[in-house]
Design a protein around this ligand. Sequence first.
Ligand SMILES: [Cu+2]
Length: 171
Amino acid sequence: MPKKAKRQQNVKNSKFTFSKYKYAIMIFVGIAIVVVIAGYFGIHSLIPVNGNTPAFAPPINTFMKATHSPQTGWLFTSQSTAASRSNGMGAGFNSPTIFLKYGALDSIHLINEDADTRSLHNLNIDTFNVHTKSLGYFESQSLTFIANKIGTFVYYCNIHPEMRGLIKVEQ
Ligand SMILES: [Cu+2]
């Protein structure tokens, strides 16, 4: 066989070898990417906003609505168990008091149901590093935090200073 033909034959062989594994490699890399991405987001959604490690315990759920009526103005309302022990509101606060046990894992689920004014709303608890995005009408966001400090703290919307309530963490 002439040298040139032999070289071409070699090239063909090496191509053949590569293509034999090409799909296996592509599938493997594809699966690896999917697993890494899923793991990253899966684990990240389990890390509380004021913690570093994923929490695998099921959280308490606190559902909060940002609402408005002509009588009350802007305020948060809640029908959640965590907030239902409320004796109403703290003085100077127009939104329900949330009660939590020390160490509880709590998921705040905020939904903007302000059909009246269609304003943006957010929810913040500085002590626990809870800061939702400013949500438009009917948008929602969930954030999970650990109630790792005992005391009475304020949650609020930073667009409407009157939208605020207390969060009490008890032993
Ligand atoms: Cu607001």
